[in-house]
Design a protein around this ligand. Structure first.
Ligand SMILES: [Zn+2]
Length: 692
């Protein structure tokens, strides 16, 4: 799934991003946020030269006037402000359902929300809800029984470390749904945090061990015990990090596709009994599975042989605590936030409880709460208008493919076929998921979370061996995001992003094409980036370019990778060195950004021509072309803490906002022309990169 931007509510696995977790005691009152205008000349810093640093020009005043709120580690003019608005509207719905439910569905999500909001009860229960898991862990008699333990924990919905297991589409036959398994088991944001030899990471590792120690102390262990346990956790996680594939390699579908028989897979980790685990999670019988990271499972066996049983007990106890820490009493929550929120992300204050309980309910029951949300926030006219925009973008990408100078006719034909097969999903699912089987209790927060995890797992595993349902969605309706799925070959735009400042009936087409138009173009281009281009129109991993065209394509994507590797994500200061982007990790997103900006511009030209207008026409002193680029840049105006910027450069496949703007405009000559730049200026360079 290639997301336009990571939406906080989606990457938030229970307890894994603690900066996002609910505070146990806060009394902040929900307020409606003020929406960002679709086009706002006031954000422009007229002291900056658009030809030298367009991002500073388009966003300078906004950045100056909009510091990061205390409960955030970053603040974006579009995504964050609209995200807050959507969540506020969802909160109103949940709050009403929690007080006075009118339907069984309202009672279900109202109770889920109410249980999360009951901080006093969370305090009263203490660690009691975790006792069954701790008991299972204590009962571990031998390292060779880890399969049984992990199976039991996962069966009960407890946080499941070590690996991810579920159903996926077969990369080489997308009509089939098969079992898949891959690496997991770390607590820090990336394997680099365990492995990189630098002063900064040494410090972070020291602080992490201190944090783990404090959490065990809070759970009642002595200082000596807690310190020993923390050392074991660090040792096991470091070994798992060493065995893990890098994020950059994980982007390459050829590197993560290995079909094994269950028997041969078992041989990778002879000391871990997968058959017991599969039985515990109640998956139906299967003979083969896709093992994304075989080396990881081999290394796991060495680790099982090497680590004493007490070290494993510490590791699983830690993940039980850590995975749910944000839903435990205030002392645990605060310690969690102090490390993962403050130290790692630079966030000053925790996210208010009402916000997090709203997001948590959206994650657990998204297609239940979303039904009412879209009724109120997504008029049918919006869908019709989006259909038109998508059609305009499809035509431009087709025109673009036809005129590419470096591609053979045979490959052009194959590319056009793939483009014609992309399916569009707009707003919300045609058919909503059924949550009847999910039991929700108004006085059992942890129980609800566990049952919800089990419900999701059962739902996912039920897909095994069944035909693919193309109507399913990977995002909930209020989400401010969009995605392309290479196996489905579809582009998806939740109702949450089809709002101002992305999408607005009241503004001129230039601004809409710079906003939602570029988003649509971005998702379409994902079908043709370094990763998406490896799949055909049916969503199968299969080469459709000629060998010569693939070579020419790779030369062009290499140009983009090298270019972005030169951009800086965080500046040097004191004894901390500067941090440059990873051009290979961000290559797919950068390719999509560049393609999106170009084809949305082409679609704008077509639209203006059809209306008898010109790209040079002016509105309020700015030409249509300038309004297009300004509308685009204003989506990305952002402030971010340095800690968050340094974390994201390792974990986020998207470039920082500054480079999503400056990197793309400097590769597109129409920008330099629109702002009267001189060839050779930074935003209008003599040489630039272009894939699509
Ligand atoms: Zn993307």
């Amino acid at each position: 799934m290639n997301c336009f931007r990571f939406a906080p509510i989606l990457i938030l696995a229970a307890g894994s991003v603690l900066a996002q977790a609910p505070a146990s005691s806060d009394t902040s009152k929900p307020t409606a946020p003020v929406a960002s205008k679709s086009f706002d000349a006031a954000t422009i810093d007229k002291t900056a030269d658009p030809c030298t640093d367009f991002y500073q020009y388009a966003c300078g005043n906004w950045m100056k006037d909009n510091p990061i709120p205390a409960d955030k580690s970053s603040w974006v003019r579009s995504f964050s402000v609209l995200g807050e608005r959507n969540r506020y509207l969802l909160w109103k719905e949940l709050d009403a359902a929690a007080t006075d439910p009118k339907t069984p569905l309202e009672r279900q999500y109202g109770d889920y929300y109410a249980a999360c909001m009951n901080a006093a009860l969370v305090e009263e229960k203490g660690l009691k809800p975790l006792e069954p898991a701790f008991k299972q862990i204590d009962g571990l008699k031998s390292s060779r029984k880890l399969g049984t333990l992990v199976g039991e924990l996962v069966a009960e919905g407890s946080p499941a470390p070590l690996f991810n297991f579920g159903t996926e589409q077969d990369e080489k036959d997308s009509s089939k749904q098969i079992a898949g398994i891959g690496q997991a088991g770390l607590s820090l944001p990336d394997r680099d945090y365990y492995l990189v030899d630098s002063k900064r990471f040494h410090e972070i590792r020291g602080q992490y061990v201190e944090h783990v120690t404090k959490m065990f102390r809070l759970a009642g262990d002595t200082q000596d015990q807690a310190a020993r346990e923390a050392a074991s956790v660090m040792e096991i996680e470091t070994a798992l990090a060493k065995a893990s594939m890098s994020r950059t390699d994980l982007r390459d579908p050829e590197k993560t596709y290995h079909i094994y028989t269950v028997k041969d897979f078992q041989k990778l980790t002879p000391d871990f009994d997968y058959s017991v685990y599969f039985k515990d999670v109640k998956v139906r019988h299967f003979d083969t599975l896709d093992v994304a990271t075989p080396e990881f499972f081999k290394a796991l066996n060495d680790l099982i042989a090497k680590e004493p049983i007490d070290a494993w007990k510490s590791y699983f106890s830690w993940h039980t605590l850590h995975g749910l820490a944000s839903d435990l009493p205030k002392a645990f929550f605060d310690e969690n936030f102090a490390f993962f929120g403050k130290t790692l992300a630079g966030q000053k204050e925790p996210t208010p409880r009402w916000k997090q309980c709203t997001s948590m309910t959206d994650r657990a029951l998204g297609e239940a709460v979303g039904q009412d949300w879209v009724k109120q926030n997504f008029p049918p006219a919006a869908k019709a208008s989006m259909d038109q925009l998508v059609a305009a973008l499809e035509k431009s990408l087709g025109d673009d493919i036809k005129t590419l100078p470096w591609m053979s006719d045979a490959t052009k034909k194959a590319a056009e076929e793939k483009l014609a097969m992309i399916r569009n999903k707009i707003g919300y699912p045609e058919k909503w998921r059924d949550y009847t089987a999910l039991k929700v209790s108004r006085d059992d927060l942890i129980g609800n979370i566990d049952r919800s995890a089990t419900f999701e797992r059962d739902w996912n595993l039920d897909h095994l061996g069944k035909p693919v349902d193309e109507k399913e969605w990977g995002m909930t309706p209020p989400t401010v995001n969009a995605y392309y799925d290479p196996s489905f070959n579809d582009i998806n735009f939740p109702a949450g992003i089809l709002q101002p400042p992305f999408f607005d009936f009241s503004v001129d087409p230039a601004v809409n094409f710079g906003g939602i138009g570029v988003v649509i173009g971005h998702e379409m281009t994902h079908g043709f980036d370094d990763e998406g281009s490896k799949y055909d129109g049916k969503g199968n991993l299969r080469e459709w370019q000629t060998a010569e065209d693939r070579k020419a394509f790779t030369e062009r994507t290499d140009c983009v990778a090298d270019e972005y590797s030169g951009f800086e994500a965080a500046a040097a200061h004191d004894d901390v060195p500067a941090q440059k982007l990873n051009g290979k990790l961000t290559l797919g997103e950068n390719t999509a950004d560049n393609g999106g900006l170009r084809i949305a511009y082409m679609a704008l030209l077509d639209t203006l021509a059809a209306q008898g207008k010109s790209i040079d026409d002016k509105i309020d002193g700015y030409s249509e072309a300038q309004r297009y680029f300004l509308g685009f840049a204003q989506v990305w105006c952002e402030n971010m803490t340095e800690q968050e910027a340094r974390q994201e450069v390792l974990t986020n496949p998207h470039s920082p906002s500054r480079w999503r703007v400056n990197g793309t405009v400097q590769n597109f000559d129409a920008f330099g022309k629109a702002f009267g730049c001189t060839k050779g200026q930074p935003m209008f360079p003599a040489k630039s990169c272009r894939v699509w």
